[in-house]
Design a binder for this molecule. Structure first.
Ligand code: CP
Length: 327
C-alpha cells in the first residue's frame, strides 16, 4: 500500500480535504475486511511510532498500539509523567529527538489552551507525522471513526438529522474536542447537524462560524438549540455526550452549580422515542452510565457504540498506513 499522505500531520480533519478523508475511509474499510479475514497487512513493516499520553485512554491507546502491530510495526507507549517533559523538556526537543528514532509521533494532550499548541509545536519541529490522539480542541481519530460507522449503518450521510447533544456527567470535566470535531466534520458530508446544550456550555464562536461555512459549502445545515427534546425529535442519529464548560469557565473543578442545574440533560428511552424508529445512538465512550444515558438505551437496540469503538482500530490503522512510511 502506497503511503499517499506520507509525512502529513493528522491534527485536525479541517486540514484534510474531503477526497483525502474519503481515501482514509476507503483504506479503513479495506483494513477492516482484511482484519476480519485474517489477511496480513504488512504496510508498516519495522516502522515505529511513539504514543505520548498526558491523560488516560482505553480505545485510543489500544487501537493505535495493536493497530501498528497488525501493520507490521511497533508502537512505544509513553506516559508523559515518566518522561523528561515532567521536568520541563520542551515540545521542540521531544519531537526532534523522537523523530530521529522512528516514523511517527502521536500525542494526547487535552489541557485547555495548551494541548493543541503543544501538538503544533511538535509538528513545527518533527520530521515525521504528528498524529493527534485528542487535544483540547480536536479529536480527529474519533470523528473519522464516527463517520465510518454512520456510513456503514445508514448507507449514506446526506440529509441525515444528526444531533450532538450535551449530557450531564460527573466523571471528569471532559474536553470539547469530540463535539467540536463532529460539528465541523458532519456538515461537510451533507448532514443536518443540530447542536443542543444548556446555556453555559457553548462551543467557541470560531467553531460555529466554520461549521456553518462547511455546511454552506457542502449542502449540510447547522442548527443550535437549548431544547434537548427538539434535538431528539425526528433524529436519524443522536450523540448525547458531556463536555465541559471550558469556553465560559476555565476552572478544572468537575462539579459546579451550572452542571448540577442541568442533571436532567440525559438520554432516556422517552427522549429516544421522539426520534425516528431507525435512530442510532452513538457515544465516543467512556460513557457515564446512569448520568449521561440510561443503561437501557446504551445497551438497547439503537445503540451502535461498540461498532463505533471497533472502527477506531481500522481508522487508526488507515491514518498510520497513509502517513507513516519510509523516511
Ligand atoms: N473515545 C476515546 O477517545 O476513548 P479513550 O479515551 O478511551 O481513548
Amino acid at each position: 500500500m502506497k503511503p499517499l499522505f506520507k509525512g502529513k500531520h493528522f491534527i485536525t480533519l479541517e486540514e484534510w480535504t474531503k477526497p483525502d478523508i474519503d481515501t482514509l475511509l476507503e483504506v479503513s474499510k479495506d483494513l477492516k475486511h482484511k482484519f476480519k479475514h485474517n489477511e496480513p497487512t504488512p504496510y508498516l513493516l519495522y516502522k515505529t511510532a511513539f504514543l505520548m499520553f498526558f491523560e488516560q485512554s482505553t480505545r485510543t491507546r489500544n487501537s493505535m498500539e495493536s493497530g501498528l502491530a497488525q501493520l507490521g510495526g511497533h508502537a512505544t507507549f509513553l506516559d508523559t509523567s515518566m518522561m523528561q517533559i515532567s521536568h520541563g523538556e520542551s515540545a521542540k526537543d521531544t519531537a526532534t529527538i523522537l523523530s530521529s528514532y522512528g516514523h511517527g509521533i502521536a500525542c494526547r494532550n487535552c489541557f485547555w489552551q495548551i494541548g493543541n499548541k503543544y501538538l503544533r509545536e511538535m509538528a513545527a519541529n518533527a520530521t515525521v507525522p504528528i498524529m493527534n490522539l485528542q487535544c483540547d480542541l480536536y479529536h480527529p481519530m474519533q470523528a473519522i471513526a464516527d463517520l465510518m460507522t454512520i456510513q456503514e449503518v445508514h448507507g449514506k450521510t446526506e440529509k441525515l438529522k444528526i444531533s450532538v447533544i450535551w449530557a450531564y456527567a460527573k466523571s471528569h470535566k471532559k474536553p470539547i474536542s469530540v463535539p467540536v470535531s463532529q460539528v465541523l466534520l458532519f456538515p461537510r458530508y451533507g448532514m443536518d447537524v443540530t447542536l443542543a446544550y444548556p446555556k453555559g456550555y457553548e462551543l467557541p464562536e470560531w467553531v460555529i462560524e466554520k461549521a456553518r461555512k462547511n455546511a454552506a459549502e457542502h449542502g449540510g445545515l447547522l442548527t443550535i438549540t437549548h431544547d434537548q427534546e427538539e434535538a431528539y425529535r425526528n433524529a436519524d442519529i443522536v450523540i448525547p455526550k458531556n463536555w465541559g464548560s471550558w469556553v465560559t469557565n476555565q476552572s478544572d473543578a468537575v462539579i459546579d452549580d451550572l452542571l448540577e442545574a442541568n442533571r436532567h440533560w440525559k438520554c432516556t428511552e422517552a427522549r429516544m422515542a421522539l426520534a425516528k424508529p431507525t435512530v442510532s445512538y452513538m457515544h465516543a465512550l467512556p460513557a457515564d452510565r446512569g448520568n449521561e444515558v440510561e443503561d437501557s438505551v446504551i445497551d438497547g437496540k439503537h445503540s451502535i457504540v461498540y461498532q463505533e469503538a471497533e472502527n477506531r482500530l481500522h481508522t487508526a490503522k488507515a491514518v498510520m498506513a497513509m502517513t507513516m512510511g519510509d523516511k
